[in-house]
Design a binder for this molecule. Sequence first.
Ligand code: F6R
Length: 614
Amino acid sequence: MCGIVGYIGYRSAIDVLLNGLTKLEYRGYDSSGIALHNGKHIDTYKAVGKLSNLKDIINPIKSELDKSTVGIGHIRWATHGAPTTINAHPHTCNCGKLVLVHNGIIENYQELKEKLEKEGCVFKSQTDTETVAHLIAKEYGKLHNLTEAVRVATEKIEGAYALCVMHQDEPDTIVATKRNAPLVVGIGENEFVVASDVPAIIDYTNKAMYLEDNQIVTLTKNSMKLIDKDNHELKGKIEVLPWEPVALSKMGYKHFMMKEIHEQPSIIRNLLSGKITGLNEPLNLSEVKLDKDAVKDLNRIQIVACGTSLHAAMVAKYIIEDFCNIAVDVEPSSEYIYRKTVTDKNTLVIGVSQSGETADTITAVRQSKEKGSHILIITNRPDSTMARYADSLISVCAGIEVSVAATKSYMAQLVAFYLLAIYIAEIKNSADKELLKRLKKELIVLPEKAEEILSQETPIKKIAHKYANSKNFIYIARGINFPTALEGALKLKEISYINATGYTAGELKHGPIAMLDETLPVLSIMMKGKVYDKILSNSEEAKARNAKMIALTNVTDDNLKDLFDDIITIPETDEYLSPILAIIPLQLIAYYIAEFLGKDVDQPRNLAKSVTVE
Ligand code: F6R
């Protein structure tokens, strides 16, 4: 989703901005733009499509632009108005003197626009953002002070925004502010980089200040002033970021997605380290800040998440209910926030998010916090907005995930949930001790089993290529692997644009079976355990309708060859833990199909990595 960068200092601003935008590319975008102050006036450059298109415009004149040491940049993921050059940021007021970039959605933009049009403003774009440019410019006309103009204008705005603003008449100033959208200021020696996310600043400094909602920061080359919405000066909290410059290297892989799939075994290992100290020792999860009595008193857990994170949460429901005997509701955050949800002091609310910036999940978490629930956040970004709402925080430490399609973060979330379920079950004494011991023992060897799957990719690749031209795909499973079917189908849809759907195998005959014919592949996820035979029967039903049958199984059974056209076999594990291994071949299938079809694997069309608008 949109990303913004601003630079003021002594370096060539264009270099810092292009580098920063490249580091934010992973968020997903469809156009980009830059504005530079050259001391006299501001020039803007915009392009539709990849950043390389913007670079193509800039490169022939780059030596002239290098003199500018103040500028702002943007990658846009279209919400209001198509991805066109006119709609790309930066946006300007009518006289062109005020220029800004924006991440978020201005909810009252229609109302503001009508008023501004009556006052003579002429709109060039279809965006909500342009309203803000006119609004601030109007205030500037009265106040002649950019900070004040931003402060007064943003009081009139409803919705979410992170803004970086420049004015021709204040050549040594960038003003930035935010509400319900992330913004961090990197603080260097006589320079500042302000951005939507840390990767854009970390090449220049590891000292940073996260802006709080409604704070306004005014940056010059050698000063930074922070105020609140009432113009009171504030002392910002400056942090040293625990980050190294982000190389964003593919490490020899063709795509980040493949690199990230291959990182999964070590991610499991890292997450387990220090947690399982002995099979007879209680699992150590000091991240959970509820005391033991509060854990014993828990009567309900609500998990809110979106997309892939939601699928991890669905697996969690199976294990937490089974091991901990606590009712678990799992709900897409975007639904949860628009209805009455019943919680009490014994309800634990868990927000799961790779980015920690998903707007719907942040809102869900905020609402629950206001109602007094204990908030546990499971995220890959402990520095995110969502993490700031956490009473308990499990940082899954999967490392930055560049590929828009989530893989390693899903794996890390799953492992975090297994640890949490075992931790609660041990405190509550609610599960068979031998079962928990067995699971801990098995968790420790799972990284090796994951490595085994990854070392045998060739047959999976062949199967992927065989079915790559299918128009539709069905994934079926039952029980704890139903979320695996949903996640496998989501991965395929996202990066290959094939219509793939996950069903519980038992539901197939209640409707979807009508779609089956010899053109439709059905992939049955059949892990050893209590529902294995049931899925086998459901697969027979699909086979009888001439579907092309693919098995993903950890059972070696020669009879399967009669039923299935293709079989992917993975190492055996406990049924409870099987989602951890079963997802890996499905990630690979999605990858190899998309790659075969020549799709943009790491940056699929229409998708954004951080969905910062509701
Ligand atoms: C799928 C994917 C998305 C995200 C979803 C939530 O590959 O990446 O479905 O899972 O947008 O994002 P987070 O986890 O950052 O809240």
